[in-house]
Unconditional design. Sequence first.
Length: 60
Amino acid sequence: MIGLILSQVILFIAAGLFGFAAGWRIFAMVAAARVREAERETDELRRHLTDAQVRRARGS
């Protein structure tokens, strides 16, 4: 009887660890995608700013 309860506890702990690891991996992937999107947006804004500065300098 104790062995049955112990095996259930071990399975519950293993399932919890597996769920935590899977959730952490998904969180890390989403965070990396967010960082890539932010970097892409920053590069685009810098390019637009440079173009605007060039147009302004040519107009002066």
